[in-house]
Design a protein around this ligand. Structure first.
Ligand SMILES: [Zn+2]
Length: 254
């Protein structure tokens, strides 16, 4: 995998911040997420229009995994992707399970970038999934932007629906974000999730966020197949991955 990516002209490995302190506070994770936006050339505030393209432009290879994503549960979001980065100057790769909603996919990618930033150097972290979820929320909806949205009043469920349309983040993830930031207390959170269950939003939320298509990984695999063999067989020789596995990582259907 590394050879395939390294050998391509024009591929520049990411320059992400890398956490080294063993104990990280929520504030430090917020700051690392802000630094990551900056490293990727994104605005300090405002919605990320295309998370996949932002990562790819920053040298992070995004690969779809052709496996079932399971059910839709915010708490298990960490199990919806995978990531790998030995650290600079090596390439970074994040994978997500193909077929999820766009908001799920975007959160998964942000969560996996969280692992790259937070867990490439730090080992034996007590709650890596919680940290990566906090990072994902901070990366997608910066603290100051969230505070602006919340204003002085507690938002209603309808306002969270509007916020989802603007930010491309699920209603449930937005509520969790408000809880992490201390804007929404436990009783308010319980009340909102009860409303969500009553309306069937746990299974299907209102507002469709369209899935994003990666382009960089496919380009790298296809550029590697110049020998007359099928692209997967040719890439297999250099990647050391079975063609079957590779087909799972980069499904042919566009
Ligand atoms: Zn995770």
């Amino acid at each position: 995998m590394w050879t395939l990516v390294h050998d391509r002209k024009g591929y520049i490995p990411p320059t992400l911040p890398i956490a080294v302190d063993q104990a990280l506070t929520g504030d430090q994770i917020e700051e690392l997420a802000a630094q990551t936006r900056m490293a990727l050339g994104l605005d300090a505030s405002g919605p990320i229009l295309h998370v996949t393209r932002a990562l790819e432009r920053g040298g992070i290879v995004v690969a779809p995994l052709a496996l079932s994503g399971g059910d839709d549960d915010t708490e298990t979001v960490g199990h919806f992707g995978a990531s790998c980065w030995p650290g600079p100057p090596d390439p970074a790769i994040v994978g997500y399970f193909h077929g999820a909603s766009g908001d799920r996919q975007r959160f998964t990618l942000a969560h996996e970038v969280g692992h790259l930033v937070l867990h490439t150097r730090r080992t034996f972290v007590a709650s890596p999934e919680d940290e990566a979820n906090r990072f994902a929320g901070a990366f997608l909806v910066p603290r100051s932007s969230y505070a602006e949205f919340i204003g002085d009043q507690l938002p209603t469920l309808r306002e969270f629906v509007q916020m989802k349309a603007r930010w491309g983040v699920s209603i449930q993830a937005l509520i969790m974000r408000g809880s992490h930031l201390g804007h929404i207390d436990d009783s308010r959170k319980t009340s909102l999730f009860k409303q969500i269950s009553a309306r069937g939003y746990r299974k299907v939320e209102p507002v469709t966020v369209h899935p994003e298509e990666p382009v960089l990984f496919r380009k790298l695999v296809e550029a590697d197949a110049k020998s007359g063999k099928s692209s997967y067989t040719a890439a297999e020789d250099r990647l050391g991955l079975g063609a079957f596995t590779l087909a799972g990582l980069a499904p042919r259907s566009a």
